[in-house]
Every structure is written in structure tokens, then in C-alpha cells.
Design a protein around this ligand. Structure first.
Ligand code: FES
Length: 315
């Protein structure tokens, strides 16, 4: 297993509401120490007050940052991530934060098309500002439900380049028509971050573009626990200790709560870091990593649960 990146404690130095559902948090070192720099498209992993690990894109400039600025939407079915941040992270709250990582970096290109949907504006706005500063041509399309729910509306409208803000009223049939931008492939690189229907649409209209031109940021702060999940137990083979996994916690979170050290990264079942050998029991696999032939013998503990009864883990 790979080592978890070193985390540090940061303090919320400012919090403001961007829309009724979206809040912006500014984090800084409590002693004013320097923070690691980052490029547009980077994210940080934050341990929320509820103990869940969530990745949030960085909004501010990362050359020599005194702060990390993130913005997040309160998701309706959130239990440990955005709901915990919205309810409990106030000015003065201390949070453990892992260093910036970037799985959505800007590459050199003659021009850029930036597409954001909803809270997906966070990395896209940072990219727009960076391209503007570099004098690079870009166009931006920012899709939201309505004006009231449009985070960073003024900042985005003030960007150079050609910016279109489109409201669809929550109606998928009123989605922006992207075809004119994609009909004839150009030398532009496309960066898209937003909800699944938007990204599926961009995949659909860009199928004939050369490979590597379309970039997606398809992580989102996944709410890995579902409303109908139930509690179960896991037993650690090395010590025989039994850990209760409540209905609203993942195995990983329950182990962490119990002081059992584990490693993780994405915490959404996509990276493979938390792969753990399953000695007995039947798993409800929810990850995107395991091959069918591995499913009797392994489990991704950040997202998968028991299909019924105790699981014995090689921990
Ligand atoms: S931490 Fe990435 S798959 Fe579990």
C-alpha cells in the first residue's frame, strides 16, 4: 500500500456564502507559515469536522499562496462531507489538510475551451485567471441552474476572453448547445468540470476529436454512504479486535475512529490505495478498481461495505 501524504493542520481564517448552497472557506497556517504552491486545477484533501476525507479544488492563485481557498456546495444527501463542512467549519475551526495534488493540470496549447457546470467552476475559474495572466486565448462556458445559484458570477464575468454564463433552470433539455464548439475539431484543449450529465454531453460531442484534447475533472466529493446503509462489524485478523461500522460511516472512517492506521487517497473507490485483503465475509463492492476475480478476496474499505454479517480483514 502507498503511504498517505503528510497532512498539516490549517485554520479557517474566513468563510463567506457565495450562494444559498455554496460556501467559500479560506484556510491558512495557524502560525502564518508558508503553504505549498500549486498550479491551476489542483485540489487539496481535507478531513472534515465529521472525520471524512474529501477533495476540493483550489480556487486561488498558487504561486506563493498565503492561503488555500476552496468552495463547496452542500449536497442534499451529504452525511460526512459537505454537510459537515457547512455546519461545523467556522472561522477558527482547525482542519487537517493534505498537500495540493493536481490530476487536472493545464497543458501548453494554442487556445483553450473551459467548461464548468455548477460547483465545477472552482478549478475552471482558477484556470481562466491563469490563462488571462499568461495572455493565452480562451473561451469559457459556465452552466448553472439560475443566477442566484451561480458562484463567482462577477469574478467569472470580469475575466478576459470570451465568457458565456448559461442558466438551464434545472432542465436537462435546456442545457447549453455545445455542438458549434465541437463540430470541427480545432487545436484547442478543452477542460471540463461539472456534474455527470454535463461531462457525458461533452464526451458525446467530442468523440471525433483527437485523443488527449479533452480533459475532465471527474472526481467530486463523493458521498460514499447511502441513506439505506446499515451497521455491521469488521474483525481485524492480526489482533482479533472487532470494530463496529455504523450505518453512516465507511469501514475506513470506522477504523480511523478506532485508532487503526490505514492508508487512503481518493476515498471514492477509484484509486486503489485502500485495497485490503478480505479473509472472510461477503462484501458489497462499490469501487471501480477490483476485477471480478479479486472480489472474493479483496475489498476497497473506503467505499465498500458488508453485504450482510461480519467481514474479517487482513489488518
Ligand atoms: S482510497 Fe482510493 S480506492 Fe479507496
Amino acid at each position: 500500500m502507498t503511504e498517505e501524504p503528510a497532512s498539516r493542520e490549517l485554520v479557517v481564517v474566513a468563510r463567506r456564502a457565495l450562494t444559498p448552497d455554496i460556501a467559500e472557506f479560506t484556510l491558512a497556517d495557524p502560525e502564518g507559515a508558508a503553504l505549498d504552491p500549486f498550479e491551476p486545477g489542483a485540489h487539496i484533501t481535507v478531513e472534515t469536522p465529521a472525520g471524512a476525507m474529501r477533495r476540493y479544488s483550489l480556487v486561488n492563485d498558487g504561486d506563493a499562496p498565503a492561503t488555500y481557498v476552496i468552495a463547496l456546495k452542500r449536497e442534499a444527501d451529504s452525511r460526512g462531507g459537505s454537510a459537515s463542512m457547512h455546519a461545523e467549519a467556522q472561522e477558527g475551526t482547525r482542519l487537517r489538510v493534505q498537500p495540493p495534488e493536481n490530476s487536472f493540470p493545464l497543458v501548453e496549447a494554442p487556445s483553450y475551451l473551459l467548461i464548468a457546470g455548477g460547483i465545477g467552476i472552482t478549478p475552471i475559474q482558477a484556470m481562466g485567471r491563469a490563462l488571462q495572466a499568461r495572455g493565452k486565448p480562451f473561451e469559457m462556458i459556465y452552466c448553472t441552474r439560475d443566477a442566484e445559484g451561480t458562484a463567482y458570477r462577477d469574478e467569472v464575468a470580469a475575466l478576459g476572453g470570451k465568457v458565456t454564463i448559461h442558466h438551464d433552470g434545472g432542465d436537462i433539455d435546456a442545457m447549453y448547445d455545445f455542438w458549434d464548439h465541437f463540430e470541427k475539431p480545432t487545436a484547442a484543449h478543452v477542460y471540463c468540470c461539472g456534474p455527470s450529465p454535463l461531462m457525458e454531453e461533452i464526451r458525446a460531442v467530442s468523440g471525433h476529436w483527437p485523443e488527449g484534447r479533452i480533459h475532465f475533472e471527474d472526481f467530486k466529493p463523493v458521498e460514499v454512504v447511502r441513506a439505506d446503509d446499515v451497521a455491521f462489524t469488521v474483525r481485524l485478523a492480526s489482533t482479533g479486535a472487532v470494530v463496529e461500522v455504523p450505518e453512516d460511516r465507511t469501514i475506513l472512517e470506522a477504523l480511523r475512529d478506532a485508532g487503526v492506521r490505514t492508508v487512503s487517497s481518493c476515498e471514492s473507490g477509484t484509486c486503489g490505495t485502500c485495497r485490503t485483503r478480505l479473509i472472510s465475509g461477503t462484501a458489497d463492492h462499490r469501487d471501480m478498481v477490483l476485477m471480478d476475480e479479486e472480489k472474493d478476496s479483496h475489498i476497497m474499505i473506503c467505499i465498500s461495505r458488508s453485504a450482510g454479517g461480519e467481514l474479517v480483514l487482513d489488518l
